[in-house]
Design a protein around this ligand. Structure first.
Ligand code: NAP
Length: 259
């Protein structure tokens, strides 16, 4: 399917690896020029070079922490009013409900709620002026079904979801859509790190921890960054102009609800 976005420009945050990389790849496959971001320059440059070689699109890289004011300013300057914005950042650390103090919550809110909100506020005005724009926020299954050890994620991402629900409907009349893409368990470094924590806590091997988690997914396996990226690219396409303020869950059927 032609996604109708060839020649558009996208900012994909936190995209040297994992789900962000999957989104960058899929958008590049649709002919979109990219600004890619991550904190570590080496893997970011490697990812950008691989995408340039595979898809022939222009890719600019900005090695910066997207959760910091300076990092965001640098990234936004390079992106120069993109047509498409994909927000993403690392997830908060796991723990117990009783572990976290105010500073932990502020850090999680900064990274996973206020950073995407600030990026949206920066990019929306020009998208609205141009009469076209697409914003996809990478959030989490934790918004629909809380993950006990990820209370910081449950909290911060719920706040972002509320903001998007209201804002998406205020800007929809200008041709700009905002939606959230909710990953369930996907095969990325983040999943390996969470599996490692579970293995340690339960006194089992990493492979056993992974097999146990895969068994909780009706599809019987983890999702892939490619599947995730393809869905993101569709949400950024010309075909998705009637999708507004939605929370699209990609979890292999893991959340057991009818709706
Ligand atoms: P990942 O494989 O660990 O990749 C994270 C990417 O983000 C890397 O490119 C990393 O590069 C970059 N990054 C992290 N923090 C950053 C920051 N502050 N500023 C700029 N770039 C940053 O993680 P993932 O699995 O793709 O997860 C992406 C998001 O989805 C996370 O918020 C995660 O919590 C959420 N999520 C993931 C899953 C899953 O199963 N994978 C499920 C639910 C939710 P650098 O380290 O070099 O910065």
């Amino acid at each position: 399917m032609d996604l109708g976005i060839r020649g558009k420009r996208a900012l994909v945050c936190a995209s040297s690896k994992g789900l962000g990389r999957g989104c960058a790849e899929a958008l590049a496959g649709a002919g979109v020029d990219l600004v890619m971001n991550a904190r570590t320059a080496g893997p970011l440059e490697q990812a950008a070079e691989a995408i340039r070689a595979a898809h022939g699109v222009a890719v600019t890289t900005v090695a910066a922490d997207i959760t910091s004011d300076d990092g965001r300013a640098e990234v936004l300057a390079a992106a120069d009013s993109p047509d498409i914005l994909v927000t993403n950042a690392g997830g908060p650390p796991p723990g117990l409900w009783s572990d976290w103090d105010r500073d932990d919550f502020i850090a999680a809110l900064d990274a996973n709620m206020l950073t995407p909100i600030t990026l949206m506020k920066a990019c929306l005005p020009k998208m609205m002026d141009r009469g076209w724009g697409r914003i996809v926020n990478i959030t989490s299954v934790s918004v629909k079904s809380p993950i006990a050890v990820l209370g910081l994620s449950n909290s911060a991402r719920a706040g972002l979801t509320g903001y998007v629900g209201g804002t998406a409907r205020q800007v929809a009349g200008t041709g700009v859509t905002i939606n959230n893409l909710l990953p369930g368990i996907h095969a990325t470094d983040r999943a390996v790190s969470l599996d490692g924590g579970a293995a340690k806590a339960q006194g089992i091997s990493l492979a056993e921890a992974k097999a146990k988690r895969a068994a909780t997914i009706p599809v019987g396996r983890y999702g892939t960054p490619e599947e995730f990226g393809a869905t993101c690219a569709f949400m950024c396409s010309t075909h998705a102009g009637f999708m507004v303020g939605q929370n699209i869950l990609l979890d292999g059927g893991a959340v057991n609800t009818t709706f």
